[in-house]
Design a protein around this ligand. Sequence first.
Ligand SMILES: Nc1ncnc2c1ncn2[C@@H]1O[C@H](COP(=O)(O)OP(=O)(O)OP(=O)(O)O)[C@@H](O)[C@H]1O
Ligand SMILES: [Mg+2]
Length: 347
Amino acid sequence: MPLLELKNITAGYGKNIILRDFNLQVERGQFVSLLGSSGCGKTTTLRLIAGFSEPNAGSIIFDGRDITHVPLHKRNFGFVFQSYALFPHMTVFDNVAFGLKMRKVSKEETKRRVMEMLALVDLNGFEKRYPREMSGGQRQRVALARAMVIRPDLMLFDEPLSNLDAKLRVKMRVEIRRIQQELGFTAIYVTHDQEECFAISDQVAIMNQGVIEQMDSPAHIFNGPKTEFIAHFVGFENFFDLTRQNGSLTTASGAVMAVASDRPGERFKACIRPEDVQIHPAEADVPNALPGEVLVTTFLGRNIQYNVRTPVGEFAVKAEQGNVYSIGSGVTLSLIANKIILIDSKE
Ligand SMILES: Nc1ncnc2c1ncn2[C@@H]1O[C@H](COP(=O)(O)OP(=O)(O)OP(=O)(O)O)[C@@H](O)[C@H]1O
Ligand SMILES: [Mg+2]
């Protein structure tokens, strides 16, 4: 039985419906990320789970109990929101102790648990400081400690690292994952940073226009996107149609493609990442070949990106430096057979 289940949820703001028949299941102890573009409904989903708002229809089940209408303070959930600031007039100790005070935990136990939690986020000795006397990353860790000290049944994170610089983000996300595994809580983490989400999650749910299009382990999503939208999200830039003719998968221009992941079906949308397409001179005899003409070259430091016109559309190709093809050159592209992913064609 999942720990948390959102069943057929409809929710929004007034007449503006954001989530329609939305479903989500989260297993106990898992770290689940919600990923999606801005405005797709991630924060809306998290607010429903936390209890800041109620759905128009559907139910939220937690640990076998219907909590759809249970008020926020009766759900023992912790949250770290991007805008969920620390109390500026309170010391670090009092900030972290806040939730325990609300729950009338004794003074001795409060002290013990606050100090334990500060040690966990590596802030020993900071308890007398005020938020303004600390760096952004340190404040972020106080916010984490404050949320986790109540031993929540579920932790909700809404872009908790978006205020930090790139280096600190990486450090903090590893830290969050470590603490989650150490304390064993279940977490839902909202982000629109693909890399961040893949780095720390057991499961990733990718949202598009108010529904989850695919929920799976990071590796499965990365290697086997199920829709064009998901494929775009995880770095596939080249899309083309393949149809089965006399048993072979064939492009619209009649080129036969060997595809390692071939499966039953007549029509597919195929996709491949720029780094999985090789570029060769025009006369090269290579497998899975497409003739082309270089339209744009872009230097990316270690690599060169070529945009190449082919009979089945424009392709982006990322090549190691070496042979440089100038604009207007004729080339032959070779698509690596085990890097081509077949997506069911919608037509
Ligand atoms: N309080 C509100 N009143 C009316 N509309 C809202 C409100 N909050 C959000 N919306 C709308 O609901 C939609 C979903 O918003 P939501 O905040 O859930 O997006 P999000 O996925 O968290 O995006 P982001 O990545 O930008 O944070 C958006 O179109 C937004 O404009
Ligand atoms: Mg949001």
